[in-house]
Design a protein around this ligand. Sequence first.
Ligand code: NAI
Ligand code: NA
Length: 396
Amino acid sequence: MIIAPKIRGFICLTAHPEGCAQNVLNQINYVKSKGPIDGPKKVLVIGASTGFGLSSRITSAFGSNASTIGVYFEKPPAPGKTASAGWYNTAAFEAQAHEAGLYAKSINGDAFSKEIKEKTLELIKADLGQIDLVIYSLASPKRVHPVTGVVHNSVLKPIGEVYTNKTVDFHTGIVSDISIQPAGGDDIENTIAVMGGEDWAMWIDELKAANLLAPGATTVAYSYIGPTLTEAVYRKGTIGRAKDHLEATAFEIAEKLKDINGKAYVSVNKALVTQASSAIPVIPLYISLLYKIMKAEGIHEGCIEQIQRLFKDRLYTGAEVLTDDKGRIRVDDLEMRDDVQAQIATLWSEATTESLPAIGDLAGYKKDFLNLFGFDVAGVDYDADVNEMVEISGLV
Ligand code: NAI
Ligand code: NA
């Protein structure tokens, strides 16, 4: 079929298999171009099909020749209906990994569930024995609690008072003010239940109890801080509470891993266009200004540049892992540079529908958004008939 983007708000209902495959290949080539990393050998990535998780899997495999198991929740294709992007990304990754002689298998299902955890543990037991790195990179709007059965929905709301600020509709380029009502009811608890650290700890507890963590094993989950500008809706909002919980969980997990000399970290990453971040109000305007400045300074990074640097310059240097005063790894250092943030603060006050195309990188935002789904990728023929029924070779 010939596949075009079908955009509805913050999502695209279609995905292009060839475009997704090209994106994956570009990431693989980037990692290879940066040389080998003396990194992990057997890796489990939870949330492995898109965004930071996919880049973590690619960096493990093609930077360190690691065997990888990926867990994700993606929609398979049906005749005449495309799969979700993460499906095609994984198909491409596994094809490349297998061609390179690397072990790569995956499990598609709800990582929050008991069943998917059990299935993953069985696979590790049968194929890998013990793993030495667990990346936790889930971003989900909801979680069915495996013990209580309660469905928790995460929300992106300020806490305490109404928050009003500028935002941009990145499809139309229209800059407007939006007001977001504060969290009410169980919004905070629910968001913590979905995006906090409870499920990460459950994974590690189960892996450890089954003796599937190698001595010295490391686990990393991803967090975000960002500037004062977005604080009310991000770091001091409901999602920020979940990130506080996630960061606190790292210390609890680290404590539990002491007897095997294991380590648990949160890495604070840069703001990037992903399926998760495009749904957060205000953030798209911030990102379009950030991209413009970081590109002009020559310090812009995407997911793969971030994660390659995380592995090479933070996790696997052969020395002690560098952290901030709260024990967090920081690869948001370039985003948070004083000069970068000062420029954003100035541009923020100037941003209007008329000025944004010049002062912000709206075009870069849009392109990255389309790229998430395999569209607008250089070298891909979008007029060509492509097979939507792509299989994932290592799917268990
Ligand atoms: P993403 O949306 O690209 O990736 C989410 C992954 O989780 C996908 O592989 C998806 O299949 C998987 N997933 C979602 N629900 C699942 C479920 N129930 N069971 C199994 N898999 C499931 O998101 P992104 O942006 O890569 O986010 C990953 C982490 O990085 C999140 O913790 C996010 O807060 C964090 N982060 C994101 C930043 C950004 O700007 N995008 C910045 C800093 C941190
Ligand atoms: Na991810």
